[in-house]
Design a protein around this ligand. Structure first.
Ligand code: AMP
Length: 438
């Protein structure tokens, strides 16, 4: 059987050219399944997480349908609205609109809270075809008469479960009362709890259902290792793992903002370029940290689950779970970052004794056991148990000097993202160093 291609999905030449420009060769499963019915105007209920190519699956049909019936953008009245839970996700969707729509003459704006309204209002008054928005700021502008939704033809609710988690349900219900009856609606969610099902029933009409199983991402493509240190040993164990330069672009996950800060500070003290992103950081600080990470200035991004969801960064070599998530679905979201749109990845978890129940839930969800790194070592020279005598209780100690991580295994060096335990074990000269306390 030949591979599916974008032209077969019915996309226009301008979009095919843009996809070539982006180096997309074949559609991902959600793109193959969702694009043809969306082009025909059907509603869609998609269960898919970040990394599946879901953004292109809904942005491409919106662009095509708008360019098929070229109308001038109407002042204050967008024709397509894409709602996203966070500003980061909204910005990324805006970037996708620009990239895929580069050969079309459609106008768009991205609006979100935490910044001045002036420029956003100006854009809306001039008129945009496509509006990407977070719910709160959208409603502010609607209330003040800067945006009307009565000419809307397509609505997309992206990461609907996250929106509900973040308390946007009332805003979304309010927005739903403002929409015209006749419209196309799309709801995407990584999970499908009961309240999302209820929302979908109210929003969608005879939707096509597409489910892209996270299992395909976690089970088949990602090598998943686990270490079992005590809480006190996690810091030094993480440093030992980071000795491997193959860990070139790493997201370290924690459950709390406080712990994210501690981990980032600890790494920085040990001369590893790291920055934390979480909800307590200002918009500017988060954008700066993401930019530094994207550009390879920082090797490690330390993130909480909420801060990381929806962030689109390619070429993540490894995900480290410094703390095991207490929501098993979050494990899938976390490690999905290292295997984006079909490439391989490696996830390394540190599971302390009190986190064992969380690990059991995760293994139950993904229907497989993580590889015990001490028995099938991820790196052979990591001591089975870090020597606790070398540090004060609860903290590693000592001094270490290391340079920032060399970018290896990324597209820039021509390497892939797959992890080779044999190669990794055989590499000489790797020594465990002592850590500077956080
Ligand atoms: P998303 O799930 O929309 O967040 O997309 C994840 C990543 O996959 C983004 O970096 C996209 O640029 C990339 N991507 C989406 N579709 C494709 C495709 N068909 N081929 C290659 N990369 C893709």
């Amino acid at each position: 059987m030949t591979k599916p291609n974008f032209a077969e999905l019915g996309l226009a030449t301008e979009l095919l050219d843009a996809l070539r420009q982006e180096n997309y060769e074949t559609p991902t499963p959600i793109q193959s399944q969702a694009i043809p019915p969306l082009l025909e105007g059907r509603d869609l209920l998609g269960v898919a997480q970040t990394g599946t190519g879901k953004t292109a699956a809904f942005v491409l049909p919106i662009l095509q349908r708008l360019s098929d019936q070229p109308t001038k953008a109407i002042s204050r009245r967008p024709q397509a609205l894409i709602l996203a839970p966070t500003r980061e996700l909204a910005i990324q969707i805006g970037e996708a609109v620009v990239a895929y729509g580069q050969n079309l003459h459609l106008r768009h704006a991205v609006i979100f809270g935490g910044v001045g309204q002036g420029p956003q209002i100006q854009k809306s008054v001039r008129g945009v075809h496509i509006l990407v928005a977070t719910p709160g700021r959208l409603l502010d502008l609607v209330r003040n008469g800067h945006i009307y939704l009565d000419k809307l033809e397509t609505l997309v609710l992206d990461e609907a479960d996250r929106m509900l988690d973040m308390g946007f349900i009332h805003d979304i219900r309010k927005i739903m009362t403002l929409l015209p009856e006749k419209r196309q609606s799309v709801l995407l969610s990584a999970t499908m709890p009961r309240d999302i099902e209820r929302l979908a029933r109210n929003l969608l009409s005879d939707p096509l259902k597409v489910a892209i199983s996270p299992k395909a991402v976690t089970v088949e493509r990602i090598e998943q290792y686990v270490y079992f240190p005590n809480n006190a040993d996690k810091f030094s164990q993480m440093l030992a793992v980071l000795e491997d330069p193959d860990l070139s672009r790493v997201i370290v996950f924690t459950r709390t903002k406080h712990r994210a800060n501690r981990v980032a500070e600890f790494l920085a003290k040990n001369d590893i370029a790291a920055e934390a992103i979480h909800g307590n950081k200002s918009q500017g600080a988060r954008q700066k940290a993401l930019k530094n990470f994207r550009e390879g200035e920082t090797r490690i991004l330390v993130a909480t689950d909420i801060a990381a969801r929806g962030i689109d960064i390619d070429d993540i070599s490894h995900v480290i779970n410094f703390e095991i998530p207490n929501e098993p679905a979050n494990y899938v979201h976390r490690i999905g970052r290292t295997a984006r749109a079909g490439s391989d990845g490696v996830a390394i978890s540190f599971c302390s004794p009190d986190e064992r129940p969380y690990l059991r839930d995760i293994e139950h969800l993904i229907k497989r056991s993580l590889i015990d790194a001490e028995h099938r070592p991820f790196m052979a020279n990591i001591p089975k148990k870090p020597k606790t005598g070398q540090r004060s209780k609860g903290q590693p100690s000592g001094k270490s000097k290391r340079g920032p991580g060399k970018r290896r295994g990324s597209a820039a060096s021509g390497g892939g993202k797959s992890f080779d335990p044999i190669k990794s074990r055989a590499r000489p000269g790797r020594r465990r160093r002592q850590a500077v306390a956080a």
